[in-house]
Unconditional design. Structure first.
Length: 153
């Protein structure tokens, strides 16, 4: 009897706290329940699509019926896996700079017209975006900017 009461209390407390916060997804703007008050996305796919769109990457979403033939679905996946961009789009490094402080790095990025980037905080950290690479090695920051991205900014 005493074990049943303890189990009931635990279960009751869990039900009160579990998924009690109603939020709106940042990507699809659908209402969802979350365990944390700071949750921004209703699913991992919404999270990845939001960041891919924000970083201007190509997002491919395919809605398929639940009773689709597995062989046909495998063909679609194979086509996407073997997708290659047009030739001649290889990017060459236009600038490579090394900085000792974050302040110098931020000034350089501002001068070159980059505003949406992140600086890696831990050693051997790396930030990669199309046309831009920022690495932190020991106490230095290495920035590589492609010639193509320099022309755009």
């Amino acid at each position: 009897m005493q074990q049943q009461i303890a189990l009931y209390r635990t279960t009751k407390g869990f039900q009160q706290n579990h998924k009690s916060t109603a939020l709106k997804c940042t990507h699809c703007e659908q209402d969802f329940l979350a365990n944390r008050k700071t949750a921004k996305f209703c699913s991992s796919s919404c999270r990845s699509q939001f960041w891919m769109t924000k970083n201007q990457k190509k997002v491919i979403t395919i809605a398929v019926p639940i009773d689709i033939d597995d062989a046909y679905l495998d063909k679609i996946k194979e086509m996407l896996m073997n997708y290659k961009p047009e030739t001649g789009q290889t990017s060459y490094f236009g600038k490579e700079e090394t900085f000792a402080t974050e302040k110098e790095l931020r000034e350089f990025m501002k001068f070159n017209g980059f505003e949406d980037y992140k600086i890696p905080k831990h050693d051997m950290g790396i930030y990669y975006d199309e046309g831009l690479i920022i690495k932190k090695i020991e106490d230095n920051f290495i920035v590589k900017i492609t010639a193509k991205s320099l022309l755009e900014h």
